[in-house]
Design a binder for this molecule. Sequence first.
Ligand code: GDP
Length: 297
Amino acid sequence: MFESLSDRLSGVFDRLTKQGALSEDDVKTALREVRVALLEADVSLPVARSFVKSVQDKATGQEVTKSVTPGQQVVKIVHDELVKVLTGEGEPGYLKIDNPPAPILMVGLQGGGKTTTTAKLAKRLKEVNGKRVLMASLDVNRPAAMEQLAILGRQIGVDTLPIVPGQKPVDIAKRAKQQAAMGGYDVYMLDTAGRLSIDEALMAEVEAVRDVANPRETLLVVDGLTGQDAVNTAENFDERIGITGVILTRMDGDGRGGAALSMRAVTGKPIKYVGLGEKLDAIEEFHPERIAGRILG
Ligand code: GDP
């Protein structure tokens, strides 16, 4: 679908005179290609610009080693810089779920994959980390969503909090907390309600739940294919609720994953997991190198 960045850069350098070191002009020409490739991969313009600038400083004047072409050398510099930005300042990628029962608050817009991801993560915590997990749906306006979580719970063998019609989200959160403590659970996950867009009612509701649960982790689930919208959603949720990490879903799709770079650069929040399909084991920890490779194509 796209010409890969590696191919493009080789083309650029074929047109340039061979020199012993990367000249400023060579690098500038190459970085124009890098910028276009980043934009095609759905990285936002300001992020692409500042990224290219930092690569420019690193690449200019570098000796071209014999074993690689100048194009490959710039690709490597770009790759390493992508990994650096995506990795961030060394926040732990793992979840802080000591001191049982640890509350995890799942937030996000409707359709982003929040309920599915709650179940995926619960399954992982159970099977990989050996944790006893309780899930609770707080989506009181959509009984089908509450039922969906119960069905997923049965599929993966994870308990869900019994549905009590008429309860408010904060009351459900309190009940989940109580049941998690009494039942000896390690983790309880609160699947909050989503809306089609961010509104005051949604934020006030999630905020009230957060204050009751005092979550150890607040994970924003967003569709990784929505690019800048995903980043805006993250900024909004972080400002109002305070998030500890992001889970990007639909990374199995056609997109080049540029949202990950914008997300990391703009919000400064770690991407903890990526969703890779509809199946309940289609989730993995975030690997910066994989996304970097994908952005480069
Ligand atoms: P919610 O409204 O945010 O709770 O969204 P759901 O969990 O109901 O998910 C909406 C749709 O997206 C469902 O059909 C899911 O199967 C699908 N979905 C969720 N995560 C992924 C993912 O990582 N990849 C793909 N391809 N589909 C996903």
